[in-house]
Design a protein around this ligand. Structure first.
Ligand SMILES: [Zn+2]
Length: 336
């Protein structure tokens, strides 16, 4: 698995005590080095206006570039360097999907800032440019027809969802915690107009963990993605689903998180020639985040990374009701 990373991502600092901190990437890098997995690492050049314009409005891009010091929301601050680093994260995401297409192997955009909350003309939730949406449009310009976006971050990817809600060429499946930021993504919402049926939401109650996500993978994510026949799978990869995460209350263990990543890789092998790119979104407990990333990267290189945070808190599929309801709703569009 090639890793797309630039040192500059560590220079993006929102402010003191902000959970989306450079320590996240430092922790991951250290853990990967510890297991001799910091090998196939590639850098990118700053994203061009053309790259950003694939999904964002020019006025919004201009604002981020020129505002200097301002704030989009209370927890999403803009400093002088923010524009360049966010554009670099978008470019690294594009480079990662391009590499995966050329090589037929998984890739990982180890980036900050994250992207899935950013809309066409706004940034919220620590996000400025929507990395995964930009990478999706890039691939489609290069000739891919159908892209599956699987958003496993604990938060709903409102920005990504908005950009593709009416687009049947992009499947968007999100698993997230119900009732937290940004408040979007109800199970009833399936996209609209031509895109109806191509959005699938699984909002789980607090407490749902390993077995719920295993069942969701088996009964919804896998069959729907297979029926969609994607040219590539892109993953909004957030480890804020972990029980140690300070911002949310799902209860995945490191084993559950790592298994999810491995299952997604197996799916991409079966469906689209190993074309899968993981893009880092959230995950705010650095030790948990780091060990899950290392386990997933290690699994592609035959390296077993010992895991520390393995308590299973949901072994009876607490989210069964949500899964049943979702199946009922989407059975109109997909044969499950
Ligand atoms: Zn998140």
């Amino acid at each position: 698995m090639a890793i797309f990373f630039n040192e500059e991502f560590l220079s993006h600092v929102q402010g003191p005590f902000h959970p989306e901190s450079p320590e996240r990437l430092r922790g991951i890098r250290q853990k990967l080095k510890q297991h001799d997995l910091w090998r196939d690492v590639k850098g990118s050049k700053t994203g061009t206006l053309e790259t950003l314009l694939m999904v964002h409005d020019e006025g919004y891009i201009d604002y981020l570039r020129s505002c200097g010091e301002c704030s989009l929301t209370l927890d999403t601050m803009v400093h002088h360097e923010t524009y360049g680093i966010a554009a670099l994260a978008a470019q690294a995401s594009v480079d990662a999907v391009k590499w995966s297409k050329e090589e037929g192997r998984p890739s990982f955009a180890l980036v900050r800032p994250p992207g899935h909350h950013a809309g066409k003309d706004y940034g919220i939730g620590f996000c400025y440019f929507n990395n995964i949406a930009i990478a999706t449009r890039y691939l489609q310009r290069q000739g891919d027809k159908r892209i599956a976006i699987l958003d496993v971050d604990v938060h709903h990817g409102n920005g990504t969802h908005e950009m593709f809600a009416m687009d049947p060429s992009v499947l968007y499946i999100s698993t997230h915690q119900h009732g937290i930021f940004p408040g979007t993504g109800p199970v009833e919402y399936v996209g609209k107009d031509e895109g109806e049926g191509y959005t699938v939401n699984l909002p789980f109650q607090a407490g749902c963990g390993d077995s719920t996500l295993d069942v969701a993978m088996e009964e919804i994510i896998t069959p729907v993605t297979a029926a969609f026949k994607p040219d590539a799978i892109l993953v909004s990869w957030g480890m804020d689903t972990h029980y140690r995460d300070p911002l949310a209350s799902l209860t995945l263990s490191s084993v559950g998180c790592a298994r999810q990543a491995e299952e997604l890789m197996k799916l991409s092998k079966k469906l689209c020639g190993n074309r899968i790119t993981f893009m880092l979104e959230g995950g705010y407990d650095v030790p948990a985040l780091s060990e899950v990333v290392a386990a997933a990267v290690g699994s592609t290189q035959g390296v077993e990374v010992p895991l520390e945070y393995t308590d299973i808190m949901d072994n009876s599929c607490l989210g069964r009701g949500t899964i049943m309801r979702c199946k009922q709703i989407i059975s109109k569009y997909w044969r499950l």
